[in-house]
Every structure is written in C-alpha cells, then in structure tokens.
Design a protein around this ligand. Structure first.
Ligand code: GAL
Length: 416
C-alpha cells in the first residue's frame, strides 16, 4: 500500500515537473533579458503584474538576440511543456502561429483598441491570418552608435556623419591607444553591425532588395562587396579579445572609457542608464553614419502559448498590462526602446528616446522603416541564420569580401 502511494506521488511529481513550472495565478515567462539594463526593464513588468496579483515564474535564457532562448523554447514545446508567455521577435512569431501554438488575443485586443494604436509595421508580426497572436512591448532599432563623450572631447572628435568621418574618428581613437570599437564576436552582434553597414553602404532600396526581397543580383552585387569591405575595416578597429564577448560587456567598455564606440541597437542605452550615465553628458547616441534617415527596427513581442480554447485569465492580464500606455512609457524609458503604440507621450523619455520616437515616426511616413535582418524582422530564422554564418565567417577573416558575397548568394538560395 505504502509503496503504491509512493509510486503515485513519484509519478505525479514527474508529471507535474514535465507539464509546467507555473502555479495557477502565475505566468511563466521565457525571455533573454539577462543583462543589467534588460533586467531593470524586466522588473518594471514584473512589478506591474505583481500589483495585479499575478505571480512571475522567471525562465531566463541568456544570449543576446534570443537565439539560445528560441532553442530552449523549441525543446520545451516538443516535450509538451510550453511556457505561458515568451519574448519573441518578428518571423519567429509567425512561424509559431503557423504551427497553431499561439493563443488568440482578439478579445483583449478589441476591448483595448490595439488595432488603432499599434503601427502597421508591428501588426504585421503581432497578427497571423488576421488574428492577434502577440502583444508588442517595444520598438528597438539597430542602426545606432553609442559613444563615450569624454574620449571624443579629449581627442577633439566631432560626431561622425559619414563613413569617411567615422573611419577617421576610429583611426584617431586607435592612434591614441584606445579601443576604437567595442564589439562582441557573436554571430548576432556581427549581423547587427552589418544591418547598419549595409544600409549605409547601399541605402534603403538596396537593403530592401537584398535582405527583405532576397534578390540574388542584389545579394551578389558590388555594393554588397563594398559592405563586406567596410565590415573588414571595422574589424581592424576591434580589440583582439572580442571573440565571444557578450554585447553588454562591449557596452561596459564604452561606459568605462576603455573604448570609444559601440555599434548596437538601442538596448545598449539600458546598460548606460543602469550604470548611472546620462545621454549628452557621459555618452552620445546617434544614427550610424549614412543611415540618418532610416530605421532598421525590431520589436520584442510577447506571444502566449495556447493552454485551452481561450487565453487564461493570467495570460489576458499579461497582454493587457503590456499594452497599457503608462506601462509602455515606464518600461521603454528603462529598456532603451520606444513604445509600440503611437499614442504614448515622449515626456518621460531622455534625448535618445525622444530622437528614437521621432526617427521612427519619420521613417515610417517616408517609407524608410525596414525590418532588421539581424533581429528576425526581415526573414524567417532559417534565412537569418544562413546570413549570420556568412557574415561571421567574413568578420573572422575566413572569407574575403568576394567569397562572402558569393557564399551569401548560395546560402540564401539553399535556405529558401
Ligand atoms: C534583441 C532584443 C532586445 C535586446 C537584445 C539583446 O533581439 O530585441 O530586447 O534584448 O536582443 O539581448
């Protein structure tokens, strides 16, 4: 008898652990916001939910850009143990929606009027087949430069506005014995820099044709070769220890005055703020030279995995909380991103945030807003990863620019 009960308890424990880590009234959230700045922003969300009596089961998967998080997610879903809510980017949302895995958020979306306030560029990913399947929490963009102001002042370097000025600025920093470019050698970081470099080299039409339309001629063009050549120039201004370095450690190099520039999305601002630094005083934020009028964006969204026919009360509450205008302001002020709805005032944002909001609106109305190749908003993961491989092999010196161009064409063709 005793052993039967023991077995039953043991079997139940195994079942419980393989089914879910969350208790009723909790949401289990899988995300990759593990750096100091990211965690500070996540806390804003946790606290907002706690006020509503919703507990938070944290499922962090470290790794910028979310590649590792998406691998863990696949394993969890395959074993029948999907988290309640998952941070996701662009085409990953579409891919999961296609599999029928995501909860339909139409009820909360229509009660809260999301259709009227979420920009079309985001709705493209928040909706699948006309149904809301994700709640966007922010809009980031990848074509930014983060600079240490004291170094620039000391060396008399003005904010570069063209590629040539940027090269001259990097050279001046190197000559002064400092690291010109703080970078982490991880595929998603290489690709993030390439987003900006490709846009600056070829302009918006080139970016659209190459990364969004996947036009073989554009992928294999001389302009693409020039973009790779520029990546090699940037590589020559990176220190020797860059391999595998996390992006936030690269940000720390700029924060600490070890390096002058980082080319990174505006989540980097979260690190500067978390370190007590102020824009305009300690650091500068500006668009990657040559992309002043363009925005390559990515939006973090929360997709809720289906638990039944309708979202659970906790899931609906999470979705509603994420989309509240006051939350969108409070969260994005800390995260470095800008709100995912058009009706949030910029009053609480610093100068970089205000510029981000202005740039986004301007790029959107002038047709200069593009989904980021590096962050899953230009193409599905299979193609994104094929591009990552080529960009990284070139950055590490395995391919020269000519080889990289032809490898890019064939990798993209194979991945389709
Ligand atoms: C991006 C994500 C950002 C930021 C960054 C680094 O993909 O959209 O929120 O977290 O990765 O982890």
């Amino acid at each position: 008898m005793r052993s039967t009960i023991g077995k039953t308890v043991a079997a139940f424990a195994v079942l419980a652990s393989s089914v879910s880590f969350a208790h009723a009234g909790d949401v289990e959230v899988l995300h990759w916001w593990t750096s100091g700045g990211e965690a500070a922003a996540l806390n804003v969300l946790k606290q907002d939910l706690e006020k509503q009596g919703i507990g938070w089961q944290d499922m962090p998967v470290a790794g910028g850009g979310g590649t590792q998080a998406m691998t863990v997610l696949r394993a969890r879903v395959t074993s029948g143990n999907a988290p309640t809510a998952v941070q996701m980017l662009g085409f990953d949302i579409t891919d999961w929606a296609k599999e029928g895995a995501l909860a339909n958020l139409n009820d909360v979306a229509s009660a809260e009027g999301w259709d009227d306030v979420v920009p079309g560029a985001l709705q493209k990913f928040s909706k699948y087949d006309g149904q809301w399947v994700a709640a966007p929490v922010n809009v980031h963009s990848t074509n930014w430069v983060w600079a240490n102001k004291a170094i620039l002042d000391e060396l008399g370097i003005a904010q570069p506005t063209t590629w040539d000025e940027l090269v001259a600025a990097m050279q001046a920093v190197k000559d002064a014995g400092k690291v010109a470019v703080a970078h982490g050698g991880q595929a998603w970081q290489d690709a993030t820099v390439f987003d900006a470099v490709a846009m600056a080299t070829g302009g918006p039409e080139f970016y659209q044709k190459a990364f969004i339309d996947l036009d073989p001629d554009t992928l294999g063009s001389d302009t693409m070769k020039e973009a790779f050549d520029r990546m090699a120039v940037i590589r020559s201004f990176v220190d020797d220890n860059f391999s595998g370095r996390d992006w936030n450690l690269a940000s720390a190099m700029v924060i600490n005055g070890e390096a002058a520039f980082q080319f990174m999305g505006d989540w980097a601002k979260g690190e500067f703020l978390n370190a007590g630094k102020a824009p305009g005083e300690d650091f500068l934020c500006f668009r990657f030279p040559g992309t002043q009028d363009q925005v390559t964006f990515n939006s973090d969204q929360f997709a809720l995995f289906k638990q039944g026919d309708t979202p659970s009360d906790e899931q609906a509450a999470l979705a509603k909380a994420i989309m509240s205008p006051t939350f969108q302001s409070a969260f994005n002020v800390v995260k470095g991103s800008v709100p995912a709805r058009v009706d949030v005032p910029d009053a609480d944002f610093d100068a970089c945030g205000k510029q981000g909001m202005k740039d986004l609106a301007a790029a959107s109305s002038s047709g200069n807003l593009f989904g980021s190749m590096a962050h899953g908003h230009a193409n599905p993961a299979s193609i994104k990863n094929a591009m990552y491989d080529v960009i990284t092999a070139h950055f590490n010196g395995e391919y020269d620019s000519e080889t990289a161009v032809s490898e890019l064409v064939s990798a993209v063709e194979l991945a389709q």
